[in-house]
Design a protein. Sequence first.
Length: 467
Amino acid sequence: MINKSMKSRLYCCLSIGIPFAITLFYVWSTAADVAFRDDMYLIKGGFVEHYCNGTLTFADLWRPAAYTRILGYNLVQLVNIKCFGMNSKIIVLFIPFLMLGAVLLVYRDYYHSLSPECSSKFITASFIMVSLTIFNLVQWEGLTFSYDFVFQAPMPFFIASFICLELFLTKGRAQDWPMAFILPILAILIFGGTYSFSFSFALGTTFLCYVVTRSHTLTKAFWLRVMIMVVFLAALAFVYMYDIHKNDYFPDSSHHAATVLNNPLQALRFLLAAFGASVVGVNAANIFVPFAGMVAIGLFVVICYGLGLYLFIKSKLYEKSYLPFYLITQSFFYLVFMMIGRFGYGIDYGMASRYTCVSVYGLVGIIWVIIFFLVHSENMKPFQRILLYMPVAVILSGVIVTSIVEWKIQPHRRAYFQNLQEIALRVDTATDEELSKFEERPAVVRQALKVLRDCNLNVYRQTSESP
């Protein structure tokens, strides 16, 4: 017979393993093994060409891209070039494992927050709702080509950083010190990208929540650790931002704060649609939901954000974990910063799938808080429970509908990437119209592909390996 411990482990493996396996299979069967989109700017005149010429320096790896640092991706790509000839698919296959790392970190605190009041069987079984939300094809654009690493890598590092910072500030044990300093370096300077800005605001907001809810227990030792960490994080911010405009890959990139202020209602619609896209993916929305409908869904999601923060305080979940509060605020601030940076590109630009790589974690925080509140509210009336089931039902319905749509599109997407490989192999004769399928300017694409061909990298490594 299977004992209770083995059953809980089985449920845990199923709750996490099944969504992970589905995502991994999607990536394996879909991902592009060809340079695509933003990668083109890193090749000609970038660190790839400098590596091929033997002139690569750290400055090439530290070079900003649209006012962000992508050192981690450059280092991973450099290893890929040295060991695998710049096989784009290998990097994409890392992404599900990055997501798995984030899921396991969330599960750690999720389990602790519901234990021992709930059985291990219930905790592990209910976690599938969280797991499905993270392993969600709403973020298909973050699962198909190598530059997606930039969008997917930050969250597991920021979640790990948050957990270690929380332990450092609240416990202050000797074993908590090293990781409290190492992980923020990895998260901010190496893998952070654009997420570093929203991380600072989310961290600050969560810290204020901690101070308000624990004001009667704060000690001088706590405030000393706070000062040490503030100085340390400020130093990291200075290093990150120093000369952030110098030699940018995208010198024409700029924020659209003035445009937002001049068009507040349109900016609000842009932002709400972005929130809505975390529930109903952009491709599913194009089929089933008009833009006004996405704005309405986004408004519903924002209300759920507020509900999640309210229930977090009311249920005293903060006595167990501040991670769900952080996940909600991180997602909120990220989409706000994204709006400021992308509003000028079109009213529906915020619905792009790559931005949901962060916003799905806000949904995770909402689901987590609702589950915690329900299991600690035995006397709640039935209709009140139904009202709280609604956000979870809407989120999971969006996951299911979006997944169905994306799996139907998957064969076409795979064929599209295979066609790109064929175009790349005849770069000299390919037309501008064909090169535009790489979703960058044809001239930039042609120059980049020729560099790869001269260096026998990426799709051209296959021809160089042929007998």
